[in-house]
Design a binder for this molecule. Structure first.
Ligand SMILES: C[S@@+](CC[C@H](N)C(=O)[O-])C[C@H]1O[C@@H](n2cnc3c(N)ncnc32)[C@H](O)[C@@H]1O
Length: 473
């Protein structure tokens, strides 16, 4: 929660939020709230990603320090909670959010977030939001925004949840959806993957509302995790042998020496573990040709390429999008990796690979904590198209691997249709069998009955990565 207690730029005794007439002077909006508002507007109207737009905007506008921290909290927090904020706004208005002007709705969301989730004094939250709305949509909206926010401010978040959420005992999915700010279909998907609708489900959902630690992956063979931790003043990560957890607030990791020298890269610990699993499953026979079938932007290709170099193997990396293929090339400089710009379903590559990684496009429900708006942008209808693509890519991988070779199927999602569903579907048609992936995640607790591995933010501090290993018969 923000501890921002700065005074509003207005004199303490002025009460513009209660004015009924238009402004007598142009509204003034501080840089932090303006940046948060402009970010939310870009998310809504241009399908932008808040975590890409905001840092760029703060740099361009030279917003730094506490202002940058406030802008970040307001933009990411509001984007993350927007569906829940809309329910509260709806309860305080005579018209539904869908009928409101987009700028007015964005302002109301920011105002509601400030009232419910920060220690910003209510009068400052209301006044600054009225100013934002007036500036964006005209002075005629001031009275409406003021009235809605005054109603919002009559209660705190627990009271609003109590009033608006369904009862937990009769509708735990609906209740937790409101309480943790997730759409119902995502709550249901998490519940099905966890086999739980109680405290563990709540913990898993709450973990999506916490910004993750930043991890680095030391390049295997170039630097050890211990050396990297010493250089960066951090600690080694608990599970990945390449992982280092950066201290929060330590500045932009991209500017750290080891990254600019190509010795390390920012990468979630779960991704490091999955790349390692693809490289380390023990094989009989040859082990010289490796394939990364969905390589862009190259995070796992970097680890796989380095491990291939250490074991005398070569890696082919496939990515159909040219700009992402370029990112793969940049990630694997000096490594025995060839990048192919092609569709993984019809790559034209010569079969006979010993190992294939399929890190397939997915809903990304396993990385909701990194992408503030993603939970409200994704829709259940996305799942069918993605599972079709995932099955086709996995099937192509089975065609490309040699008998006895291994395919490592990874998605950053716990949705059962994308995980077990895709694997089960493939196994009905392909000449392959599942092997236990858990031994390759040595030391990682809470992996259940296997044979596949599902990591979780609330259990492991990683993204919710799923990893299945299939061996061709
Ligand atoms: C989850 S990302 C892979 C992340 C990557 N392995 C890493 O660690 O950085 C999925 C990638 O698959 C690519 N992709 C989409 N359709 C594809 C296809 N038909 N064949 C191969 N790759 C595809 C996307 O462009 C995206 O870069």
């Amino acid at each position: 929660m923000s501890t921002d207690k700065r005074k509003s730029p207005r004199p303490a005794n002025s009460r513009p939020a209660q004015r009924k007439q238009g402004p007598r002077r142009p509204p003034e909006v501080d840089a932090a709230r303006q940046a948060a508002f402009d970010t939310l507007r870009a998310v809504r109207s241009k399908d932008a990603y808040a975590n890409l737009v905001l840092p760029e905007m703060l740099r361009e506008r030279r917003v730094t320090g506490r202002d940058a921290a406030l802008a970040t909290e307001l933009a990411y927090g509001t984007a993350r909670l927007s569906g829940m904020l809309d329910e509260i706004v709806a309860a305080c208005s005579d018209r539904p959010p869908s009928a409101m002007d987009g700028d007015v709705l964005d302002a109301l969301r920011i105002g509601t977030y400030q009232l419910l989730r920060t220690r910003i004094p209510p009068h400052a939250a209301v006044t600054s939001t009225v100013d934002l709305a007036r500036l964006a949509a005209g002075s005629h909206v001031a009275g409406f925004v003021n009235a809605v926010l005054r109603r919002v401010s009559a209660a705190g978040e627990p009271e609003w949840v109590e009033q608006l959420a369904p009862a937990r005992d009769t509708d735990p999915i609906g209740h937790l959806g409101m309480r943790t700010a997730h759409p119902g279909w995502i709550v249901r998907a998490f519940a099905e993957a966890l086999g739980d609708t109680g405290t563990e489900l709540e913990a898993a959902l709450e973990a999506n509302n916490v910004r993750p630690d930043v991890h680095l992956a030391a390049r295997p063979g170039a630097i050890s995790a211990e050396e990297l931790a010493a250089i960066t003043g951090s600690e080694v990560a608990p599970y990945s042998p390449y992982g280092v957890r950066l201290e929060p607030g330590g500045g932009d990791p991209a500017e750290s020496g080891p990254i600019s020298e190509g010795l390390a890269a920012v990468q979630d610990e779960g991704s490091q573990l999955c790349a390692r699993a693809a490289a380390e499953y023990p094989l009989d026979g040859t082990d010289a040709r490796w394939l990364d079938l969905c390589a862009g932007p190259g995070g796992k290709a970097r680890v796989l390429g380095a491990l291939a170099a250490l074991s005398g193997a070569e890696l082919d990396a496939v990515e159909p999008a040219e700009h992402r293929a370029r990112m793969v090339r940049d990630a694997v400089l000096d490594l025995p990796v060839t990048v192919h710009v092609t569709d993984g379903r019809e790559s034209g590559l010569r079969p006979g690979y010993d190992r294939v990684l399929v890190d397939a496009p997915c809903t990304g429900l396993g990385a909701l904590r990194r992408r503030p708006e993603a939970r409200w942008r994704r829709v259940p209808g996305d799942v069918a198209g993605l599972t079709r693509l995932q099955t086709e890519l996995l099937s192509s991988a089975i065609d490309l691997v040699r008998p006895g070779g291994v395919v490592c199927y990874v998605v950053c999602s716990p949705h059962l249709a994308e995980t077990e569903g895709v694997v089960a579907d493939l196994l009905r048609k392909a000449d392959a069998h599942r092997v236990d992936a858990r031994p390759l995640f040595e030391g990682v607790p809470g992996l259940g009955d296997g044979p596949d591995v599902q990591l979780w933010p609330h259990r492991h501090g990683t993204d919710a990565m799923y990893c299945a290993l299939l061996q061709k018969s």
